[in-house]
Design a protein around this ligand. Structure first.
Ligand code: COA
Length: 255
């Protein structure tokens, strides 16, 4: 990783609450962190994210999308980044979305995986960025119908932990902080999509429940599999949610 070009400690950030503690030094991410987080994503997230691998998305093709998404995400103060010895080693990138009540939400929810998406995708069938966003859209759409009582939801957009400290509970810890941060910010639900069995395990460890599954090997366009993977591979596509609760008695977050 290249040297950090700015002093992340000196950047003005929202005050962090008392519970921002753990095995790393955690802070709330702000727009000034964009280049550092982008570099981290390019090196640590992009090559290990299972669906990027399964579709063969090159980093050059992906960078403009990452930059655009990070720009959007960092407009809100809900992402947490973790440092170890002054190096960025973990990121939980999140946004919050309001869901005003509307009667449509109470209709029974039916969603089925189609045998072929060729008709819907038409001329974009070779565009890997488009195929990925279409796939995520299938998984993540209709959340207000899936949880009709949801008013304010924390969306876990991206989570990544540096590979040399993986399987040490860091992702579980940063996700737990994100859930507490969501409660602190009046969210009643959280949602996130797991693209690997490891990420799914982390989400289960944080008490999330799978509500929708689109196994990547079942994404077929014009008779061809979009993702080069099978049912027993590490890649997966699962949308999970969790209802959040605030413990008023202790004025503490309970997750
Ligand atoms: C996914 C990721 C965030 C996990 O971070 P981490 O810090 O290693 O996660 P944790 O140590 O908190 O937990 C990992 C859990 O998964 C389990 N695990 C590891 N490999 C697994 C596998 N192949 N299948 C199922 N579970 C697995 C571990 O045993 C551990 O569970 P346990 O505590 O019950 O033993 C990290 O691997 C990463 O950054 N990957 C690249 C980017 C990515 O794919 N992000 C997720 C996109 S949805």
């Amino acid at each position: 990783m290249k040297a950090i070009k700015y002093n992340w400690r000196k950047i003005s950030r929202p005050l962090k609450p008392d519970f921002f503690m753990g095995s790393l030094e955690y802070v709330i991410a702000v727009p000034e962190d964009l280049e550092l987080i982008l570099e981290f994503i390019i090196e640590e997230y992009h090559p290990r994210q299972e669906l990027n691998r399964a579709i063969g998305l090159t980093v050059d093709l992906a960078i403009p999308g990452y930059r655009r998404i990070l720009n959007q995400i960092l407009k809100q103060p809900y992402s947490i980044i973790g440092f170890q010895d002054n190096v960025l080693v973990a990121a939980s990138m999140c946004t919050i979305k309001e869901y005003p009540r509307n009667p449509e939400r109470y209709k029974p929810y039916i969603w089925e995986i189609k045998s072929d998406y060729g008709e819907e995708i038409k001329e974009y069938h070779d565009d890997k960025n488009f195929l990925l966003s279409f796939y995520f859209n299938q998984l993540e759409s209709d959340i207000d119908q899936i949880v009709p009582d949801c008013k304010r939801l924390l969306n876990g957009e991206m989570v990544c932990v540096k590979s040399d400290i993986s399987n040490m509970g860091i992702s579980t810890e940063i996700m737990e902080l994100s859930l507490k941060w969501a409660i602190y910010n009046d969210c009643d639900y959280t949602m996130g999509t797991s693209t690997s069995k490891t990420a799914l395990r982390v989400s289960e460890k944080n008490g999330c429940t799978a509500v929708k599954e689109f196994p990547p090997y079942k994404f077929i366009v014009n008779g061809k599999k979009v993702f080069n993977c099978g049912p027993n591979d590490e890649a997966c596509g699962v949308l999970s949610i969790k209802k959040l609760q605030f413990d008023h008695a202790k004025l503490r977050c309970k997750i």
